[in-house]
Design a protein around this ligand. Structure first.
Ligand SMILES: Cc1cc2nc3c(=O)[nH]c(=O)nc-3n(C[C@H](O)[C@H](O)[C@H](O)COP(=O)(O)OP(=O)(O)OC[C@H]3O[C@@H](n4cnc5c(N)ncnc54)[C@H](O)[C@@H]3O)c2cc1C
Length: 260
């Protein structure tokens, strides 16, 4: 079974800072990690290949420093890694990102499954996995929490807000996973050192059959016009006094407002 895992390198912070001039993410001075959901995707792929045989290829589109994320994935057990990086891919929105990644996946060729994370920690759109599946013309299953494979039949349990749903698709298919699907392995120092010695294949735009007008800013129909952090002001009323008196005052107020 040949599995491709799309991974994104993201800032290691819950407080993503945005450059107000360019509306892009400020990466300087912030350590980077593999997008947490993508670690689950790698774990699932490596586990399936351990069980059924085959190969896991990890792929990332990003700046040269995204190589570090790919090496982490190699340490987790991926067999091959590809970094798709070119200045003309910079400033891609989700459509352009999906286009470049799907072109790279076509270039890889033979695959049974594509795994993605549910969404990226920084961009947060969850649009790239459906975008890739659409461009490749293959079925996609989102919010996967469990998988069973029987030949070309793939049965996926999806985690919805208040229920589970089981769907069946035929491979090749794309599956995006939630964090509850597994516990990603933590590679030891030996695996990390071995991963440092492995090759990471670099693909720029000349290696891919891409049309320049569909990549980067030119290929991005959306523009971020404004980004801002929500106000952290605490709204509401402050009750002064002893804790017991405050509790009584709060309950009286809630009764008065017919909330309880
Ligand atoms: C209008 C717009 C303009 C933008 N402009 C810029 C910009 O100028 N500069 C900039 O740095 N970013 C920019 N971005 C962010 C950039 O487009 C996104 O980071 C990228 O398209 C992925 O979207 P996402 O982060 O929402 O990923 P999601 O769709 O939330 O990611 C879901 C999953 O898709 C896969 N995936 C996503 N991105 C990648 C990737 N790059 N490589 C491999 N797998 C991936 C992973 O498995 C991930 O878990 C922009 C976004 C938008 C919407």
């Amino acid at each position: 079974m040949n599995i491709i895992v799309c991974i994104k390198q993201v800032p290691d912070t819950s407080e993503v800072r945005i450059d107000p001039e360019t509306n892009t993410i400020i990466r300087e001075g912030v350590p980077s990690i593999i997008n947490p959901f993508d670690e689950n995707a790698i774990e699932e792929a490596v586990g399936l290949v351990e069980e059924h045989g085959g190969k896991v290829t990890v792929i990332s589109m990003g700046p040269p420093q995204a190589e570090a994320a790919l090496r982490e994935a190699l340490a987790m057990g991926a067999d091959e890694a590809i970094l798709v990086s070119d200045r003309c891919f910079a400033a891609s929105d989700t459509l352009a990102t999906s286009y470049v990644l799907s072109t790279a996946i076509r270039t890889i060729g033979d695959y049974d499954l594509i795994f993605c994370g549910k969404q990226a920690f920084d961009g947060d759109t969850a649009q790239v996995p459906p975008g890739i599946a659409e461009q490749l013309g293959i079925p996609q299953v989102t919010f996967a929490i469990g998988l069973e494979i029987d030949g070309r039949k793939l049965r996926v349990r999806r985690m919805l807000e208040s229920e589970f749903e089981v769907v069946e698709v035929r491979t090749p298919a794309l599956v995006s996973v939630v964090k509850q699907i597994n516990e990603p392995r933590r590679p030891g120092i030996k695996a990390k050192l071995a991963a440092k010695k492995k090759d990471v294949t670099m693909w720029d735009s000349t290696c891919l059959d891409v049309e320049a007008c569909l990549c980067g800013l030119d290929g991005s129909p959306t523009r971020v016009v404004r980004t801002f952090a929500p106000s952290r002001e605490i709204q509401g009323e402050k009750f002064e006094g002893e804790p017991g008196e405050c509790a009584v005052a709060v309950v009286e107020r809630l009764i008065g407002e017919k909330i309880i």
